[in-house]
Design a protein around this ligand. Sequence first.
Ligand code: HAM
Length: 452
Amino acid sequence: MSKKFSKEPLRGMKDFYPSDLRKVRWIEELIGDIANLYDYEEFESPLMESIDIFAAKSSEELVNEQSFIVEKKKGTRLILRPELTPSLARMVARKSQELKRPIRWYSNPVCFRYERPQRGRMRSFQQVNFDILDETSLYAELEMFQILIDILTSFGATSKQFQIYYNNRRLVDAVCKIMLGIPEKDLSKVYKVIDKSEKMNEQEFKDFLKESFKDARICDGIVKLKGVNNLDELVQCFENVPQEFYESIGYKEITELENLIRDNEIVSYCSLNFSVVRGLDYYTGTVFELFDTGSKNIRSICGGGRYDDLLSLFSNEKITGVGFGMGVLMLSLFLETYGLIPDYIGEKDYTDTIYIASINEKVSSYAIKISKLLREEDLPCIVDYRFNNLKNQLSKAGDIGVLITLILGPKEMELNKVTVKNMKTEEQKIVNLEDLVDEIFEIIDYFGDTEE
Ligand code: HAM
């Protein structure tokens, strides 16, 4: 016997059977509707990019440890995109002069990361992205939060089930530089330490801090920063906060964003959280992540932020952007956790399908001719090719739940007629071929599914 290959997909990759894909498409459709409501235009970029653009601005870990690399020929390394944002920046830089501002774009790419597969994390995954570029005001951040809230609430989720945790890197910078005297060059180290801290217990974090910053005052300050919950607590836990801190861009931005959140009545969905700094290097201002507030889904559902310098990789033009990526897998796990995916989504609905059953094979071309005619009218139909066994054909039509079955025999073919069976009432009616479509629509209008 020849060797049999494994039926399993590669580790971290997923097969999407039709019932899985129906759920994904249902989720995507709803997100697409929100994109339309906010006027975000869909775009696509290539699956492969030059590795250099990710190495320059994403993160060392993402490129060195988590990427799938393709070596086209010796020395030319391509990357299967681990995320979309550098490609978005490239595309915007390429046609910057032609694009209407602000640019509102959305995309739903498959991305690849060589991560340990675990709940909510795969090596190949879909990530919905929304980005707004060339909008310098914090209304851009507000819009991102509103889009996220609209997406989650339109599935039926509430503020008790999810939260957007936000912070601002410029605020972290101000605390570090003004209160703790950390030099500019070490700021990225602070982000890294705080970002990694989420995966550590308290002692591991303290040890890691000590290793990264020898100075006890700095270590203590970073622990304090992580431990407080709001701006008042933050300023209270540092002594003699200089005026310079209150005048810093970071402080001003976070205060302004808090006001926007309050004035626009989304306070219950958003929480300031100084532990959020994000692992990607290109963020410069606001950063945010969306989490399930329960204990079942511990990884982020969405992450995003403002990036001021990403386009500098491609041109001298400075265009700021704010955006987020939301994992479709994480979102579906969240929705399943709270019972927000209706059962019927997983089942194929055959109600609108016309089933064509035939008495024998002599009428096969008549059956196929009718199927063509129906499809031209946008009516989906199935021809049963088992021709000889009408009973089996009708029982199959009943099992899958069609509303209408057509029965064709030599007599019908000869007279250009069709027997139409209403499977709900069991009524049968012989109609002329030219009246068939009208008859079908009449039955659908009267007996068809009224649900969307
Ligand atoms: P990110 O935080 O790396 O951000 O990813 C965003 C979301 O993608 C995560 O919250 C998670 O839901 C999903 N995700 C990430 N890795 C995986 C994985 N291995 N398996 C399944 N889902 C995953 C970014 O990628 C930024 N480029 C987002 C962005 C857009 N920032 C500005 N615009």
